[in-house]
Design a protein around this ligand. Structure first.
Ligand code: 26M
Length: 822
């Protein structure tokens, strides 16, 4: 029996203290006298990582030795957010480590805030991938996430004079203690060039691809811990590097600068995350990124599969590969190429393997967001893949023709190639044909997918389609972000709810307990106080923590209708101006979100929010009853601060436009009430929490379609609703723009003459619902009951539930316990 704990695994206070000091010296090369806060943060992070490593190693070993099926989640984005607190919670050592850090004379909160969050995603889709990785580990499902190690993640946002300014996100500048490069597992990816047909020694027709560029993919692995289990899965992100200087010697004699330039161009592939633009413009680098990470990942999986001594015929029994939207859908053609060209498998068998391997999740119905690439771009970058896509298409359309003779319109719609004008490859069609399972991300979304965007595919293969309503991880979105509420809940019902969120139902038993309601209300109040302090310290705006915190945080987009929220604010402001002594429920309107850099209208909406805020916040008539704050640089870390502090969650997209939404879930789990339309997962949230605990407004999807088809005229609403007219006229008059009547004209004109997202049609219904919110908030006892019921009934929206459904209905994956021998 040893008296000393291992420095890298031990969990006694003394050992952790020693480990911190050791890591400071041996990894950072610093002693306390010279150490910066970042040095201490790094030492702390390594101390935590050390405690994950034997679990990580063991997990990986079991997966490679045992014949287990591994889920492979392919995603161009993983919006992870800070690792430190999340890992501490999952390892069950948060309080312990915090104490040790503080006993060492350090400021734990300060160190925690030093971590640069990996913002390797735009929004919902990337954050969903991160929540799913957490649940896969927690459920002990063998899984690996594959993606891109962007050197620059989503840009940082600053607000100057009310406008958004983008700053590059240098998240790696001080090093990343959470990743380990695996240089020996580097993979080569080919680009461009041409193909050549030939006959092999058995006189079989074959094609070889002679590329004009080879790029290396270097894997960087990040451990993904599960909550309260030994499983630590891997997130493997690929970095592009130019192959060693062989080019210099053999091929580029005399063209040194040309060779250097090619090296730089290769390494550009993983430089920067593309912000999702309103339009899918043919960006060659984007397709290069997609093919690069997908090819690396599939080659990696094949290597792992062959290492087990298996033949490729059983590849789909080793890996279930999920396509997170169409971004990785080139994988369908790439797996076919690898199987047919490189491993000489017959086409039909390769196609069986491919279809059995892939599942495809769709995340959007917006037609402008459906990915397509021009044939010329495709041919230049991936000449062999274009041939393979043609071959897939020919065989596929043959089947369609047999089933629906003489239906050329249907054929044109189903084709992998869009030939209606300039020719394109349609990535959603490729993903649909190449997958055995297709799913939407909320019940309504899946129904609309089956009816509209993928209607022809649904008619052809109804059995491929299913719904998998999104979920979010309660570890990060309750336990890490809202420890006060988590502790209150645990005191009432024990800790099991953290991995069995349906247990929150047990809170309903305490609804008549006045003391519990008081604690619940007080907790929310305390958290609102923290946010108020943060806003004051960081942005200099005084907000009243007693006021109703009305929050809309999400990417800026017209369909999400942040400007409808603004119309409500102006409506209230107008009421005060018309009658300064009016009874009004004090409110703080909190906004956050980034606009795509090229999306002019979204940026103008940010300017409008700030301009309205300037007027409202500084008008003495308002007497601080209304405050409007746009908090810059909304990201995962700020989400963790704001969801717990919200009273009201704004989920106000035009019905039929928001595929699911996941912020809606984070708010409600933390006891916010929702004002929302019948869109995405709002519908299911309302079903769960009860219609009496949800503020509903607006047209239904059917009504939106109906109104569109019979001719929607926003002008009529403007003229028939004096309140709406006053609000719009106030913006047009230059009241919020120092008399400038041009500034907001594009926005106002778009509403008056087009209003594609039907703000005017929903305006009155929204205002009425907001008036009900005010009434409800005045009865704090009643509001608290509704708040508790919202949180208590959110069990369905745990990502654990979502992942279980994927495992059972799409991946055929089962848990594998990881045992640590003593
Ligand atoms: C495309 C091309 C080039 C560059 C970027 C893109 C691109 C990147 C991300 C396009 C769309 C992207 O994300 C879409 C997205 O986040 N969709 C959201 O997915 C969530 C998770 O399912 C849903 O909850 C949201 O409703 C849906 O909008």
């Amino acid at each position: 029996q040893c008296e000393f704990e291992d420095d890298r695994t031990g969990l006694s206070k003394e050992t952790i203290k020693r480990a911190l000091a050791d890591n400071l010296f041996y990894i950072q090369g610093k002693v306390p006298a010279t150490a910066t806060p970042n040095d201490y943060y790094m030492a702390l992070a390594y101390t935590v990582r050390d405690r994950m490593l034997q679990r990580w190693f063991k997990t990986t070993e079991v997966y490679t030795k045992k014949g287990v099926k591994v889920v492979s989640y392919l995603s161009a984005e993983f919006l992870l957010g800070p690792h430190l607190s999340n890992n501490l919670i999952n390892l069950g050592i948060y309080d312990l480590v915090r104490q040790v850090v503080e006993e060492s004379g350090l400021d734990f909160v300060q160190l925690r805030e030093i971590e640069e969050e990996p913002g390797l995603g735009n929004g919902g889709l990337g954050r969903l991938a991160a929540c799913y990785m957490d649940s896969l580990s927690t459920l002990e499902i063998p899984a690996i996430g594959y993606g891109i190690r962007y050197e620059f993640g989503i840009f940082d946002q600053e607000i100057r004079d009310g406008w958004q300014v983008e700053i590059t996100d240098k998240w790696l500048h001080l090093g990343n203690p959470w990743e380990i490069p695996r240089l020996e597992e580097t993979i080569e990816v080919k680009f461009g060039g041409r193909t050549e047909a030939y006959y092999d020694e058995k006189c079989r027709y074959r094609v070889r691809w002679i590329p004009d560029k080879v790029v290396k993919g270097v894997p960087y692995d990040t451990p993904i811990s599960g909550y309260n289990v030994n499983t630590v899965n891997t997130l493997r992100l690929w970095k592009a590097e130019a192959p060693e200087s062989f080019e210099f010697q053999a091929f580029n004699v005399g063209d040194y600068y040309g060779a250097v330039n090619r090296k730089v161009v290769s390494e550009n592939i993983t430089k920067v995350l593309y912000p999702n633009d309103e339009l899918m413009k043919g960006k060659e680098l984007r397709l290069e990124q997609q093919y690069f990470f997908v090819s690396c990942s599939l080659q990696d999986m094949i290597r792992l599969h062959l290492q087990k001594g298996e033949s490729l015929e059983t590849f789909h029994q080793s890996f279930a590969v999920q396509l997170n939207d169409t971004h990785p859908s080139i994988g369908v053609a790439e797996l076919m190429r690898l199987l047919v060209d490189e491993y000489e498998i017959e086409w039909d068998q390769a196609w069986q393997i491919t279809q059995n391997t892939f599942g495809y999740t769709n995340h959007t119905l917006l037609p402008e967001a459906l990915e397509k690439w021009t044939l010329s771009l495709f041919k230049n970058l991936l000449p062999r893949h274009l041939q393979i896509i043609y071959e897939i298409n020919q065989r596929f359309l043959g089947q369609v023709r047999a089933k629906y003779p003489n239906d050329s319109d249907r054929l044109a719609r189903l084709s992998l190639i869009d030939e209606s004008g300039e020719k394109y490859v349609r990535m959603a069609n490729l993903a649909s044909v190449g997958s055995h399972a297709i799913n939407g991300v909320a019940a309504l979304h899946t129904e609309l997918l089956k009816r509209d965007v993928l209607g022809d595919f649904h008619e052809l293969w109804p059995e491929k389609f299913s719904n998998k309503t999104n979920g979010v991880t309660p570890r990060r979105w309750i336990v890490v972000s809202n420890p006060l509420l988590a502790n209150l809940i645990t005191r009432k019902i024990g800790v099991d709810w953290i991995s069995h969120l349906e247990d929150l139902k047990q809170l309903e038993a305490f609804i008549e307990d006045a003391e519990f309601r008081r604690e619940w209300r007080q907790t929310k109040q305390d958290i609102k106080g923290y946010l108020a302090t943060y806003i004051k310290e960081n942005h200099g705006i005084e907000v009243n923590p007693e006021s109703l915190f009305d929050v809309q945080v999400k990417r800026l987009h017209e369909y999400k209708r942040q400007h409808l929220n603004v119309l409500h604010i102006i409506t209230l402001y107008k009421r005060i101006k018309d009658n300064p002594n009016i009874e009004i429920t004090p409110r703080t309107f909190i906004f956050g979100g980034k606009a795509a850099p090229g999306y002019f209208m979204a940026k103008l909406i940010i300017k409008l929010i700030n301009s309205v805020g300037d007027v409202v916040n500084n008008d003495p008539d308002v007497r601080d009853r209304l405050k409007v704050v746009f908090l810059p640089d909304y990201n995962v870390r700020f989400g963790q601060r704001v969801y717990p502090a919200a009273d009201l969650s704004e989920q106000i997209s035009t019905a039929g436009k928001e595929a699911s939404g996941t912020g809606n879930m984070k708010f409600a789990m933390n006891g916010a009430l929702t004002i929302g339309t019948l869109d995405g997962a709002n519908i299911e949230i309302r079903e769960e929490v009860g219609e009496e605990n949800f503020f509903l407004f607006g047209l239904t999807t059917e009504q939106v379609y109906e109104l569109k088809s019979k001719g929607y005229n926003p002008w009529d609403y403007y003229h028939n609703n004096p309140q709406l007219k006053q609000v719009i006229d106030l913006i047009s008059s230059g009241f919020f723009s120092h008399g400038d009547t041009n500034l907001f004209r594009p926005l106002v004109d778009s509403l008056l003459y087009h209003d594609p997202y039907m703000l005017f049609a929903d305006y009155q219904s929204y205002i009425d619902a907001q008036d009900q919110v005010n009434q409800a908030y005045r009865d704090q006892e009643h509001w608290t009951r509704m708040s508790i019921l919202n949180a208590a009934r959110m069990g369905k929206f745990s990502s654990d539930r979502a992942i279980l459904e994927y495992c059972q209905e799409i991946w055929n994956a089962v848990p594998v316990k990881i045992e640590l021998e003593e």
